[in-house]
Design a protein around this ligand. Structure first.
Ligand code: ATP
Ligand code: MG
Length: 363
């Protein structure tokens, strides 16, 4: 077996700080579990701009296309606000997503028992919650043509076009059904087939893929507005939710916040299967570079650590090892360890970024 390869792109702000904690886990896995990764590290975002004058060097892009998985910290910061749009740090991340053609964005919303008092919802609604939102990431209204602002008579008109092809819907539907088979075997597809043509096609194609290839998975359809309501009323009714780019943008943020802090939330963006049968993949915490706390040892590394756990599960076929990492996170939270963002009314044991990483390794 060849050694699995991982490209680490720490990026800007708290990115390098939280990534250092993932490194500790990787080192531990090598030393204690005999699991070696071929790890390389490179620059992205503002850090890449400072060195190369571009937020993503071509060599880094090429490397990202070769490896089994990319793990990214965060990009951006106030220092780069003045830059031209074409070289802004965020463009580095967008280029990675686009050229790797990462069409399925996975956002788990999982509630850790120790933090369930953290949610805006009642304990019984969120305790034990574990759902996965899959958002189509490369098409839909953010990309459709025609688009723009132009003059019609004597007023301006702003135009965006929601456009989906059958194959774009089919491939993300397959991602959802595959995911469901590894989880609770249930998919809910959300659109607005009552008012949108693309919604009608979405519903039809998801149903067709289901009937032809995944009849064993339980499938339901819901209008996205009703879905938003149900997500806050009783989120545990869902397992995997699959939806388009726009609705997914809203619903995944909504679902994420059912469970608490931004510092806890991982994500994965997956593309087409590679030669080894596993998808092209980029893993990253949902949070940004958090310039307000960067360099102070305050950042919560858990979102990045859980993103690495997703890589273990979805890119390296190491589901048991992923569970091991997730259990360790649960353990330290149950022990009361809290970075500042997790410090609620009930208090806890304050820890720094590296204190949290060390405790997770120990657990
Ligand atoms: P971006 O545009 O890059 O998404 P943003 O300003 O929307 O950035 P973040 O950089 O994620 O969002 O920061 C939002 C708030 O959440 C900030 O106050 C930040 O300090 C806090 N925050 C984000 N990530 C973490 C973390 N890992 N640990 C602690 N606090 C965090
Ligand atoms: Mg943001």
């Amino acid at each position: 077996m060849t050694t699995p390869s991982l490209l680490i792109l720490p990026g800007d702000g708290i990115g390098p700080e939280v990534m250092a904690e993932v490194r500790k886990i990787i080192d531990w896995m090598g030393a204690k579990r005999g699991l070696d990764f071929d790890v390389s590290e490179d620059l992205v975002g503002g850090a890449a701009y400072d060195k190369h004058g571009t937020p993503l060097h071509d060599d880094t892009m090429a490397k990202a296309q070769e490896v089994d998985a990319v793990l990214l910290g965060a990009v951006g910061g106030p220092k780069y606000d003045v830059l031209d749009f074409s070289v802004k740090p965020e463009r580095g991340l967008l280029r990675l997503r686009k050229e790797m053609d990462l069409y399925a964005n996975l956002r788990p919303a999982q509630c850790f028992d120790a933090l369930s008092d953290f949610s805006s919802l009642k304990q019984e609604v969120v305790a034990g919650l574990d759902i996965m939102i899959i958002r189509e990431l490369t098409s839909g209204v953010y990309f459709g043509e025609p688009r723009g602002i132009h003059k019609e008579g004597n007023e301006r008109v702003g135009i965006n076009t929601q456009r989906y092809t059958e194959s774009e819907i089919a491939r993300v539907a397959r991602s959802a059904f595959e995911m469901a088979r590894k989880r609770g075997n249930k998919v809910c597809s959300m659109e607005k087939a009552n008012v949108m043509e693309s919604g009608i096609l979405w519903r039809d194609v998801v149903q067709e893929i289901h009937d032809a290839e995944y009849p064993d998975v339980e499938l339901s359809h819901m209008y996205a507005d009703a879905g938003a309501m149900q997500l806050t009323r009783w989120p545990k009714q869902f397992d995997v939710i699959v939806t388009d780019n726009l609705f997914g943008d809203l619903l995944s943020d909504l679902a994420a916040m059912l469970t608490g802090s931004l510092g806890m939330l991982p994500s994965a963006s997956l593309g087409a299967p590679m030669a080894n049968g596993r998808p092209k993949a980029l893993y990253e915490p949902v949070h940004g570079s958090a310039p307000d706390i960067a360099g102070q040892g305050k950042a919560n590394p858990i979102a990045c650590i859980l993103s690495f756990a997703m890589a273990l599960r979805y890119s390296f076929d190491l589901g048991d090892e992923a569970t091991r990492v997730e259990r360790a996170v649960e353990q330290v939270l149950a022990d009361g360890l809290r970075t500042a963002d997790l410090m609620g009314p009930e208090g806890g044991v304050p820890v720094s970024t590296s204190g949290m990483g060390d405790a997770i390794v120990a657990a």
